[in-house]
Design a protein around this ligand. Structure first.
Ligand code: PBG
Length: 336
């Protein structure tokens, strides 16, 4: 990219000159991280007064609706623009047809209503996928040991509709079925919900980094050692991610996401450069768990690795990051 003249040569050029002082380092910084870059994923459970720890995610808890409203209030006061909701559904409500997913009074819909009532100006993002409600632990319906596509899309549309009708601002399909963005957009539009945004988990990989999240939702137990390789992407692939993103954009996605985050920053960069559309990355549960485990062993510095990991997403070209560190990071950013 640069010729030797432009790059300069030593000793006229000393790249360390700009790095010597803090004011100068700040002046030449190419990227900044602000609280406006953060989306906070939160786990919701039944009951009241609950703060149920997720053992594989130190510092992360499942909230009941009352404590959720309180905790999200703190996030909002820190200027975090949006939260993403994930319901931890009682095992007895999980069925092979995931019918609880389309119940307008299910846990996640009640959480949306409670949050939008308390904080109308806060962005609320809802995941669209059947795994929290499915006794098979899969994101779609299982027929003869295969996650079927088109039948799953029908249910996902109904799930998106009840969530949007409950008042959520952003529908975030994380299921990786083919054609779901188009079908969901049509369902929302037909219901007059034209302002509800779609953030597509467009390039979502079949990753082992989701382990702690599945603990938090109990979907690991339901999945019984199975995997999601017939619908989530192969970690070996990169060009295929561009096709996924292209199709989702064509089908009406407003924003796209790459997931997991840090091991897939090359994909974030390619998506950003190829499409120049709002691009998000999800620093997933396993990435958080990995960092926290080392931090809690005294092997890594919490604040420094947290901020460095988040800055890496900005540098790769992400507009924002879904991160379990959101509140901690926002506090640190506020302190300056
Ligand atoms: C479910 C879903 C998953 C995550 C977000 N939505 C897990 C999965 O696909 O099995 C992972 C989030 C994380 O690991 O933090 N469709």
């Amino acid at each position: 990219m640069f010729g030797p003249l432009v790059a300069g040569s030593f000793p006229q050029t000393r790249l360390r000159r700009n790095r010597r002082d803090s004011w100068s380092r700040r002046l030449v910084a190419e990227n900044v991280l602000t609280t406006a870059d953060l989306i906070w994923p939160v786990f919701v459970t039944e009951g009241s007064g609950q703060h149920v720890p997720v053992p594989s995610m130190p510092g992360v808890v499942r909230y009941s609706l009352d404590t959720l409203v309180e905790a999200v209030g703190e996030a909002r006061d820190l200027d975090i623009p949006a939260v993403a909701l994930f319901p931890s559904v009682a095992a007895e409500l999980k069925t092979p047809d995931a019918r609880e997913a389309v119940n307008p009074d299910n846990l996640v819909c009640r959480a949306v209503r409670a949050l939008k009532k308390a904080y109308p100006d806060l962005g609320v993002v809802c995941d669209v996928a059947l795994d929290p409600f499915n006794s098979d632990g899969h994101d779609g319906l299982v027929v003869d040991d295969y996650v079927v596509n088109d039948e799953s899309v029908d249910v996902l549309c109904r799930q998106a509709l009840v969530q949007a009708q409950a008042g959520c601002d952003v529908i975030a399909p994380s299921d990786m079925m083919d054609g779901r963005i188009k079908a969901i957009r049509k369902t929302l539009d037909d219901a007059g919900l034209i302002h509800v945004q779609i953030m597509s988990y467009a390039a979502k990989y079949a990753s082992a980094f989701y382990g702690p999240f599945r603990d938090a939702l109990g979907s690991n137990v339901a999945l019984k050692g199975g995997n999601k390789k017939t619908y989530q992407m192969d970690p070996a692939n990169s060009d295929e991610a561009l096709r996924e993103v292209a199709m989702d954009l064509q089908e009406g996605a407003d924003m796209v996401m790459v997931k997991p985050g840090m091991p897939y920053l090359d994909i974030v960069r390619r998506v950003r450069e190829t499409f120049a559309v709002p691009t998000f990355a999800y620093q997933v549960s396993g990435e958080y768990a990995m960092l926290k485990a080392a931090i809690n062993n005294g092997w890594l510095d919490n604040d420094k690795v947290m901020m460095e990991s988040l800055m890496a997403f900005k540098r790769a070209g992400a507009d924002g990051v879904l991160t379990y560190f959101a509140v901690e990071a926002a506090k640190l950013l506020k302190r300056g």
